[in-house]
Design a protein around this ligand. Sequence first.
Ligand SMILES: NC(=O)c1ccc[n+]([C@@H]2O[C@H](COP(=O)([O-])OP(=O)(O)OC[C@H]3O[C@@H](n4cnc5c(N)ncnc54)[C@H](OP(=O)(O)O)[C@@H]3O)[C@@H](O)[C@H]2O)c1
Length: 252
Amino acid sequence: MASKIALVTGASRGLGKDSALQLAKKGFDIILTYQTKKEAADEVVKEIETLGQKAFALPLDISTTAGFDQFVTEVKDVLDTQFDSAKLDALVNNAGIGINESFETTTEEILDAMTNIHFKGPYFLTQKLLPLLNDGSSIVNTSSGLARFSMPGYSAYGAMKAAIDSLSRYQALEFGARKIRVNSIAPGAIETDFGGGVVRDISDLNKHLASETALGRVGLPDDIGSVVAFLCSEDSKWINGQRVEVSGGFKL
Ligand SMILES: NC(=O)c1ccc[n+]([C@@H]2O[C@H](COP(=O)([O-])OP(=O)(O)OC[C@H]3O[C@@H](n4cnc5c(N)ncnc54)[C@H](OP(=O)(O)O)[C@@H]3O)[C@@H](O)[C@H]2O)c1
């Protein structure tokens, strides 16, 4: 039987990379995207191939809709020429960046960037990819713990992630007729390059975040990817329109 195919945005590193690898372990072929780090994305492709699945990396800038039509054309071409398929079975909207900017110093430019990357981009990318998703597909949108609890400096970022939680519910409602499930995953603080790698590299911050976590440490990328893969698989076939927080119990 042909493998199912997942498209994961921002999978050259961090949580997207781990999600792509865990999906491959569950038997998915992967189209992954990167923005600038092509070599890192090519390494992820190789790792997936070592796991026995097919993979292909495409460039994507989620911050502007201008390139989306071209991107969708490329996805169709890759599906046809590399995967011998017309459609996708899962979409993981993961690409994103972190910023820490107080409410008082957040400029219109910063708010626009957060809106475009974390909300408008995933919104219209999903709209454009919808015809390419098989009925019964799964969509996972990436939220954040910061949509439930608040920390100084994350008003623009956290509000966009709250918008993603809301969007997931609306999408789940409207896509139900096609049996397409939509959930959002809300990671807590994870050691990646996110926000300049602060969670991983600033020891005092890392210790503080760990002290607020019931399980006593911050998260690692492999705490997340397996949950994304679960949400894309039939194992979660009755989970729909939910926000799944994956934080080890942060600020309970
Ligand atoms: N790490 C955390 O603590 C944490 C917590 C909650 C939620 N999240 C969310 O999880 C997602 C992934 O974060 P991460 O920690 O894995 O970050 P990361 O390690 O910095 O990786 C970010 C990924 O997104 C891509 N990317 C960045 N800007 C992009 C753009 N404008 N267009 C397209 N792709 C872009 C990067 O591509 P290149 O490699 O090519 O630059 C990279 O693949 C984000 O949505 C983030 O908000 C993270």
